[in-house]
Ligand binder design. Structure first.
Ligand code: SF4
Length: 382
C-alpha cells in the first residue's frame, strides 16, 4: 500500500528552454475541467486505499501548480485531504516558481495544510535566467521566501541548476552565496542535461550552445557541496542537501524504492509491484477519466531483477547508501550473490565504500555515479 502521493499540474506561464516535463502553456487550457478530472482520478484510487494507512507525504508538482488560480489549487488540496487519510505529520509540498504566488495564495496554501514549499529558483543571475527562459527576476526568490514565511510556511526548499550555457564559476559562486543566505531548509541542485524535444536540444544540434566543460561542471559540484556543508546543510543525496531533520520525505520514497500514487496527466506511479505512466496529452488523459477509466498510458510489473537494480541505483543516490541487510531482507539473497564481483571491483576503483554493512558512494563515486549504477545492471557484461 502506497503512503505517498504525487499530483501533477501540467501548466506553465512560460516554457523553459531545458524542460522536457509534461507541461502546456497555461493560456486557453481547460484548467477547471482538468481539476475536476484529477479529483475524479484520485477518487478511483482512494476507494481502494485502506483507511487505516495514513498518507505520509503529498507532493503537488508540475508544471507550475501556482500558475493555477488560488481557487483551483485550493480545490485540489482540499479534495486530496478529503479523499485520503493524511497522517498528522504529513509532509505536504507544493512547487512554486518565484513570483508566481502572491501573499493571498501563500496564506491560502498555509491555511489549507501545505507545510512545505519547493521553489524553482535555478539561478540568481539575471543573464542566465533569461538564457534559460525563466519568467522571474533574481529578486523574486527572496520575495517568495519572505512571503512564505510570513504566511507560516517555514519548511522551504529551493531548486538550483548549474552547468548552464555560458555559466562561469564566478556566477555559480554568486548564486550559491545568494541561495545560502536565504532562511531555507533544503536545496536541490542539478546540472543541466540536454533532453530531446527542448529548445536547448535544437540549439545544441545547431551548435549554438556553449556549455561548461565536464571539469568545470565537476568543480561547480564540489563548490556546491563544500558551501552547503559549511552553512549547516547535510549532503544526504547526490543532488540534495538539508538542514538536519528536513530531508525531503517525498523524495526519500523514490530513493528508498517505495510505492506511491501518481495522479494527473503524464504522472508516474508505482503500486502493487507495478510501475505505470498516465497519458500525457490533456485530451487523452481527460477522455480516459471521463470514461471512468484509470488514465494509464502504460503499466508493467517490475521484475525481480529490475527491483534489485532499482534498489541499487536509487539507494546509492543517498549518501547513507544501501544496507546489505535490507537487500537480503527484501530479496532473500545477498548483494554479493546478485552482483558477483561488482562491490569488490568498485571498492578497488575507489568509487564505493562498505562500512558497517552499508554500501555508499565515495566522493569520486558521486562524480561518476552513472558509471557506478551501470555496474548494477543485471544481465549486462560487468
Ligand atoms: S516552469 Fe518548470 S515545468 Fe514549466 S517549463 Fe519551466 S521547468 Fe518546465
Amino acid at each position: 500500500m502506497a503512503d505517498a502521493i504525487y499530483i501533477h499540474i501540467p501548466f506553465c506561464e512560460q516554457i523553459c528552454h531545458y524542460c522536457d516535463f509534461n507541461k502546456f502553456y497555461l493560456k486557453s487550457q481547460p484548467v477547471d475541467e482538468y481539476v475536476e478530472d484529477l479529483i475524479t482520478e484520485m477518487g478511483i484510487y482512494a476507494d481502494e486505499h485502506d483507511e487505516k494507512e495514513p498518507v505520509q507525504s503529498v507532493y503537488i508538482g508540475g508544471g507550475t501548480p501556482t500558475s493555477m488560480s488560488e481557487k483551483q489549487l485550493a480545490k485540489v488540496i482540499h479534495d486530496v485531504r478529503e479523499l485520503f487519510p493524511l497522517s498528522e505529520s504529513c509532509e505536504f509540498t507544493v512547487e512554486a516558481n518565484p513570483g508566481s504566488c502572491d501573499a493571498s495564495m501563500m496564506k491560502g496554501l498555509y491555511n489549507a495544510g501545505v507545510n512545505r514549499l519547493s521553489i524553482g529558483v535555478q539561478t540568481f543571475d539575471e543573464t542566465l535566467l533569461s538564457a534559460i527562459n525563466r519568467d522571474h527576476e533574481p529578486g523574486d526568490a527572496q520575495k517568495t521566501v519572505d512571503m512564505a514565511r510570513e504566511a507560516g510556511i517555514t519548511n522551504l526548499s529551493i531548486d538550483l541548476m548549474f552547468g548552464l550555457p555560458g555559466q562561469t564559476m564566478e556566477q555559480w559562486k554568486q548564486t550559491l552565496k545568494a541561495a545560502l543566505s536565504l532562511p531555507i531548509t533544503h536545496i536541490s541542485a542539478y546540472s543541466l542535461k540536454i533532453e530531446p524535444k527542448t529548445v536547448f536540444y535544437q540549439m545544441q544540434k545547431k551548435r549554438q550552445l556553449r556549455l561548461p566543460d565536464e571539469d568545470l561542471e565537476a568543480d561547480m559540484f564540489e563548490e556546491l557541496v563544500a558551501n552547503a556543508k559549511r552553512t549547516g546543510f547535510q549532503h544526504y543525496e547526490i543532488s540534495n542537501f538539508a538542514k538536519p531533520g528536513f530531508e525531503s520525505r517525498h523524495n526519500l520514497v523514490y530513493w528508498d524504492n517505495c510505492e506511491y500514487y501518481g495522479f494527473g496527466a503524464g504522472a508516474h506511479g508505482y503500486l502493487n509491484g507495478k510501475r505505470y505512466a498516465n497519458h500525457g496529452p490533456l485530451p487523452k488523459y481527460m477522455k480516459a477519466v471521463s470514461a471512468g477509466e484509470r488514465p494509464k498510458r502504460e503499466e508493467h510489473q517490475v521484475s525481480s531483477d529490475a527491483q534489485k537494480e532499482e534498489f541499487m541505483f536509487m539507494g546509492l543516490r543517498k549518501m547513507a547508501g544501501v544496507s546489505l541487510d535490507d537487500f537480503e531482507a527484501r530479496y532473500h539473497t545477498t548483494m554479493e550473490e546478485t552482483f558477483p564481483g561488482v562491490l569488490e571491483a568498485l571498492k578497488g576503483d575507489g568509487l564505493i565504500t562498505v562500512k558497517d554493512r552499508q554500501v555508499s558512494l565515495t566522493g569520486d563515486g558521486q562524480l561518476l555515479a552513472n558509471h557506478v549504477f551501470e555496474k548494477f545492471l543485471l544481465g549486462n557484461e560487468q
